[in-house]
Design a binder for this molecule. Structure first.
Ligand SMILES: NC(=O)c1ccc[n+]([C@@H]2O[C@H](COP(=O)([O-])OP(=O)(O)OC[C@H]3O[C@@H](n4cnc5c(N)ncnc54)[C@H](O)[C@@H]3O)[C@@H](O)[C@H]2O)c1
Ligand SMILES: O=C(O)C[C@H](O)C(=O)O
Length: 386
């Protein structure tokens, strides 16, 4: 059985094998073997057919999903690493490396290099590349990484206008060629670029989102794991607001080993301000040291893509359009906790502490003002008044 859901192709394969209690229908499912001809990956959907009453009791069914993921800006540092990281997931059937005209030779070389890597690691993902917008057709997820990166003496906000023009150009292409895709924006300043991509793609708000403070949340997680000397998986934390200087740590939602940090003995020594300063400066520190941040954002992108293609239903903090009814503000994309599924990204309303509320409103103000200025400049340019 084949169908589509959330723009993604899915296949459900049910057979009649023998179950532990007799002739209960079971499932024919293909698992990727690394170098075989299998195309899909199997996951339990939690229901299946019962022999007693085929119509009402579903207890065990499996289905698998395959996706085409396109990386725009694949010749860049973040784009190329993200393409490689994302291709490891069995659900990703096709990885399309997309770039601007003139970059064909580079993209061809990148595709060959990645295919060698896949053979070495046993990945069965098809690699395609191109610079013609028609290559975007059929994409289930598009990751937009094109744009200039900041220099060591710049802030991310300094890139806003130059990158907005690049993002507008590609967002219009995605809106035309792959309107049912989910678009993940990475280009900085990412919150403003997410708004630009949403506006110019014409896509639904829950299908356009930005990497936002997911990466900052991972950075804080690493600091906390180091401080408490525990495995990173023991730490749950979030940073909301701008991916930038006004980011807001959600200490109220920070736990170590499931224990809220305020309830941990010795917590008075936790250097919260230093940790947040370290997270805020992490990008510029790495750029000064080695030219670009690559593995952190690349693997953060990969987590988000996997969450969607595997329909993991996870709660992650990413940049999304917030609504006045829930958050008290609208007309802005900024990071809040969201639920991410194969259908898209859905903001979750949460109660913040009084300090978090004040800091979040300051963060919204910064992003909203600059977003409006960028819209005005782009609109004036389109109407020939710039
Ligand atoms: N949100 C995040 O956490 C995060 C993390 C890392 C990088 N970034 C941002 O991602 C972007 C790319 O970073 P990078 O390190 O890969 O940079 P890079 O210079 O290595 O790559 C830039 C990419 O953008 C393309 N590009 C540049 N100018 C273009 C134009 N005028 N038209 C079309 N394409 C153009 C290039 O061809 C290349 O593919 C930057 O804006 C950077 O700030 C964001
Ligand atoms: O800091 C940058 O400019 C890149 C990115 O936003 C990051 O935080 O790694």
């Amino acid at each position: 059985m084949t169908g589509t859901s959330g723009g993604m192709c899915w296949h459900l394969v049910v057979g009649t094998g023998s179950g532990p209690e007799g002739s209960r229908p079971t499932v024919n499912a293909w698992r990727p073997q690394g170098c075989g001809a299998e195309k899909g990956y199997v996951r339990e959907a939690g229901y299946a057919l019962s022999t007693d009453n085929m119509s009402h009791l579903f207890t065990f069914t499996r289905c698998f999903f395959t996706a085409k993921v396109t990386i725009i800006g694949a010749t860049g540092q973040v784009g190329s690493y993200a393409a490689h990281a994302v291709s490891q997931f069995p659900h990703v059937q096709e990885m399309c490396l997309y770039g601007r005209p003139g970059n064909e030779q580079y993209l061809d070389g990148l595709a060959h290099d990645m295919m060698d890597s896949f053979a070495a690691r046993g990945t069965n993902t098809r690699v395609t590349f191109g610079t013609n917008p028609k290559e975007l057709r059929g994409s289930d997820i598009v990751v937009l990484t094109s744009g200039v990166p900041r220099k060591p003496d710049q802030t991310r906000l300094d890139l806003a206008l130059e990158n907005a023009k690049i993002v507008r150009h590609f967002a219009e292409q995605v809106g035309r060629m792959a309107p049912d895709a989910i678009l993940l924006v990475v280009t900085n300043p990412v919150d403003i670029m997410t708004s630009v991509a949403l506006k110019y793609s014409g896509m639904m708000p829950h299908r356009v989102f930005g990497l936002g403070t997911h990466l900052d949340s991972m950075r804080l997680k690493a600091c906390l794991a180091e401080f408490f000397n525990v495995h990173v998986s023991e730490v749950h934390t979030r940073i909301i607001g701008e991916h930038g200087d006004t980011m807001v740590p959600m200490w109220s939602a920070t736990t170590v080993g499931g224990i809220q940090i305020d309830n941990m003995i010795g917590i008075a020594k936790l250097p919260r301000d230093e940790m947040i300063e370290r997270v805020k400066n992490s990008g510029s520190y790495i750029i000064k040291a080695k030219g670009a941040t690559v593995f952190g954002p690349g693997d953060a992108i990969a987590t988000l893509v996997r969450t969607i293609v595997e329909d993991e239903n996870r709660m992650l903090t990413v940049s999304t359009q917030i609504r006045r009814e829930i958050f008290g503000y609208d007309g802005v994309c900024i990071s809040v906790p969201t639920r991410i599924t194969r259908g898209g990204v859905f903001p979750i309303a949460v109660r913040l502490s009084p300090t978090e509320t004040t800091l979040f409103s300051e963060s919204v103000k910064v992003i909203k003002e600059l977003t409006e200025r960028i819209y005005a400049t782009l609109d004036a340019e389109s109407s020939g008044n710039a």
